[in-house]
Design a binder for this molecule. Structure first.
Ligand code: SF4
Ligand code: SF4
Length: 404
């Protein structure tokens, strides 16, 4: 092993130690808790513990070329369990992926396509920015598009890529618009000017693209007068909370579950219709395990008459990941091709085992991931997947039903 190579690995770890993301990785004591807790660790050539060891030993070439590098789905379990406080999820993995791309090593094709979509169109789906408002077409409440009618609002709602474009998520977006209106919130959106927040771009190592998005979004947000940003996407929430401020772009941001939980007393009398269902809630990794927010989603579900809440075997801190974070949304084929499992399939089976007939989620990725998993596992008729927003809207008798 050449000294130069050894140095490159150690330097990278040293830089990460100064980045402010967790404790210095060189403090790793190789206890292996991170690898043991990783849901894909057994399929990785370099699970987290070994990843650190190899980087520290200077084996960067092997690491960066390994398919393992594109298998982390940002579930935060390793970061959460590490007794030394090392932030593997938000620090080590993105840095190694960035280093790989700087050396010309390309990520799996699906990820490359997603980068291109964000770069060209400002959204992960590669749709026209002009179609960003299509979800509002059949909406029966007024939508204030601040890019056309700028005025002060309490809430600037960043609708997000999937809720703007993907038909299944558009239903949720419309339900949220109705709930905000029913609550009397002064809200607005950015219309065709909205762009991806860029969390997944940073997590899978496209630091340059992420910085461009931060800059574009900062300029855009600064044009408007708003009290807070509200997002449906927990990944966007995490980026706004923890990544944007590192570029001097701090905004008060809330995921919709914590935002709506503040309206609990106003919501209570609006629950006019029972929804008879046994629900289990899937804690998403960003708002759940990373930010420790477990009660607000359950409290919102608890408002609905007829809902019986049951827990899956793994819940809260110990929740199983859906496999969609950190670019995982586009990595199922890569992960399966390299011996990993689709984590969404595992989670849907667990939901069915809990006795629930509804799997409640609070992330736009999870709707499509779990609905697909229910089909693949033959559980489609047994477990319905619904966003908490849809369940609340149904209980508030706000029209549109997403699930027959
Ligand atoms: S849990 Fe932390 S200290 Fe233990 S091997 Fe993993 S990174 Fe190192
Ligand atoms: S964040 Fe999750 S998937 Fe990624 S290495 Fe850590 S435990 Fe594994």
């Amino acid at each position: 092993m050449s000294t130069a190579r050894k140095q490159a690995g150690a330097e990278l770890l040293e830089q990460l130690g100064k980045s402010g993301y967790g404790k210095p990785p060189l403090g790793c004591m190789q206890c292996g808790l991170c690898a043991a807790t990783c849901p894909l660790g057994s399929a990785m050539e370099f699970p987290p513990r070994n990843l650190l060891l190899q980087a520290a030993s200077g084996n960067l070439d092997k690491l960066l070329e390994s398919p393992s590098l594109w298998m982390c789905v940002a579930c935060y379990a390793c970061s959460k369990r590490c007794p030394r406080g090392i932030e593997l999820t938000e620090s080590l993995w993105p840095a190694l992926r960035d280093a790989a791309m700087q050396r010309g090593i390309q990520p799996p094709a699906e990820l490359q396509e997603t980068f291109q979509n964000v770069l060209k169109y400002g959204n992960v789906l590669g749709k026209s920015p002009r179609a960003r408002l299509d979800w509002t077409k059949s909406l029966d409440v007024r939508v204030l598009d601040l890019s056309r009618e700028p005025r002060p609002v309490d809430v600037l709602w960043l609708v997000g890529c999937y809720p703007s474009y993907y038909p299944r998520n558009q239903v949720v977006a419309r339900a949220f618009a109705r709930i905000l209106t029913q609550l009397g919130v002064a809200w607005g959106i950015l219309g065709t000017k909205e762009k991806a927040v860029g969390e997944c771009d940073r997590m899978f190592g496209e630091e340059g693209l992420f910085e461009t998005l931060v800059e574009d979004n900062r300029k855009l947000f600064d044009k408007y007068d708003f009290g807070k940003l509200v997002v449906l996407d927990p990944h966007a929430y995490r980026a706004l909370q923890n990544f944007y401020p590192r570029f001097g772009a701090w905004y008060p941001a809330q995921h919709y579950t914590t935002f709506l939980a503040e309206y609990m007393e106003q919501l209570r009398p609006l629950m006019v219709k029972p929804v008879e269902t046994v629900v289990t809630y899937h804690d998403n990794c960003c708002v759940g395990r990373r930010c420790g927010c477990y009660d607000p989603p359950r409290e919102l579900l608890g408002l609905i008459s007829g809902v019986k809440l049951v827990e899956m075997a793994h819940n809260r801190d110990d929740s199983l990941c859906c496999g969609g974070g950190g670019g995982g949304m586009w990595l199922d084929a890569h992960i399966v091709a390299h011996g990993g499992q689709r984590l969404s399939d595992q989670r849907v089976r667990e939901a069915a085992d809990s006795g629930a007939d509804t799997l409640a989620v609070s992330c736009p990725y999870e709707l499509s991931r779990f609905e697909d998993a229910a089909k693949v596992t033959g559980l489609e008729g047994r477990v319905k997947v619904r966003d908490i927003i849809e369940l609340l809207a149904e209980a508030m008798d706000l029209g549109e039903r997403s699930v027959a």
